[in-house]
Design a protein around this ligand. Structure first.
Ligand code: PMP
Length: 353
């Protein structure tokens, strides 16, 4: 605590990311992709003319946004890019949610939202998940005075995803404020709401290159929404730094977007391994929530989450354990390669046997 900090920073409970260890471990704790980025990424890095780094990047990130627009079937004016979707989310909080009214959010969702809410003085109105561990869209849309609605679809860390129809019903009910749908994990089997952007000017979809495009180290995220929402984000961003993402990230991001074949192959592998892992966990007596993401949330009736977490850690396997009442017994397990998941299951067998 420092006398120099502003009250908001004094009150802030910062987000604590999963650890990034130095020693070799099996890392199933931060939902990274176990497969390398598209081959074109290495080639682009090898061929990059280093002299470009002398110059500032294009302030509009046009080339990257054009490729993003092509990939998602939208216009460039409907795209925005930033340093990871976390940064895009921060801009969105500042641009759309500081109205003085509460922001509607599920009680269990991405834990960065409360951090931004704290920082930017936004009150959260938390709605419990339903008894299937699903985001309760009806409850989210029920109140009237609000600054907006935010949730992740698939939700994190539960993995459940709602259909386009259910989300469209919510959008119809919340027409006066921004509905932000965080699609960080959408590529692992859920439907993207980008298809609804044309019809709902209040819909902002955020996405990331960190998961399905294997580029978490690059820090590249995006938003897709109506030109008026994109302009709102742009206004906030320009007030911080008129250069959105660095030149290298643009070049690499474009290559990652262009390689559909690599993208599909990695996604299919992750989905197959996820379902295989689910079966094996269920075989060990775990309750595993249905997941459309690159992770599973699972708990065992006889073993505490904290105990399993510690036992796995001792065996060089990192998973995520949340120290919250609501999720205390659960482990969130990112999907790695088949070999990694075999080692994970073997370690669990030795712990629970
Ligand atoms: N949204 C959700 C739901 C996430 O789990 C994450 C990753 N922790 C992010 C956004 C942020 O991803 P990034 O900043 O790497 O794009």
């Amino acid at each position: 605590m420092s006398q120099y900090w502003s009250p908001a920073v004094r009150e802030l409970t910062p987000y604590v990311p999963g650890e990034q260890p130095r020693e070799r471990v099996i890392k199933l704790n931060t939902n990274e992709n176990p497969y390398p980025p598209a081959p074109g990424v290495s080639e682009a890095l090898r061929n990059y003319a280093v002299d470009h780094l002398r110059l500032y990047p294009d302030p509009t990130s046009l080339a990257l946004r054009e490729t993003l627009a092509d990939t998602y079937g939208v216009s460039v004016a409907e795209t925005f890019v930033g340093n990871g979707s976390d940064e895009v989310l921060a801009f969105a909080f500042q641009a759309f949610f500081c109205h003085g009214a509460p922001l509607d959010v599920p009680s269990i969702t991405y834990s960065f939202y409360p951090v931004y809410a704290n920082l930017y003085g936004v009150e959260l109105r938390k709605h419990p998940l339903n008894n299937q561990w699903e985001v309760d869209l009806d409850a989210l849309a029920n109140d009237s005075e609000r600054s907006g609605v935010i949730f992740a679809n698939p939700n994190a860390p539960t993995g459940h995803a709602h259909s386009l129809e259910s989300i469209e019903a919510l959008l119809k009910r919340v027409a006066d404020r921004v509905v932000l749908i965080d699609e960080a994990y959408v590529d692992f089997g859920a439907e993207s709401t980008v298809a609804l952007v044309e019809r709902y000017p209040n819909l902002l979809v955020t996405g990331t290159f960190s998961k399905s495009r294997s580029l978490a180290g690059l820090r590249l995220g995006y938003a897709i929404g109506s030109p008026e929402l994109i302009e709102g984000l742009q206004r906030v961003k320009d007030s911080f730094n008129s250069y959105p993402v660095d030149s290298l990230a643009s070049v690499v991001g474009i290559e990652a977007l262009k390689d559909t074949q690599h993208f599909n192959a990695c996604r299919d592998n992750v989905i197959t391994t996820r379902e295989r892992t689910r079966q094996r966990l269920e075989g060990l007596g775990f309750e595993v929530l249905p997941s459309k993401a690159n992770f599973l949330l699972a708990q065992h009736p006889d073993f505490a989450g904290a105990q399993l977490f510690a036992g796995l850690r001792e065996r060089g396997i990192l998973v995520r354990h949340f120290n919250t009442n609501l999720l205390n017994n659960f482990l969130r397990i990112s999907i790695g390669t088949d070999d990694e998941m075999d080692s994970f299951i073997e370690a669990l067998e030795s712990l629970s046997g």
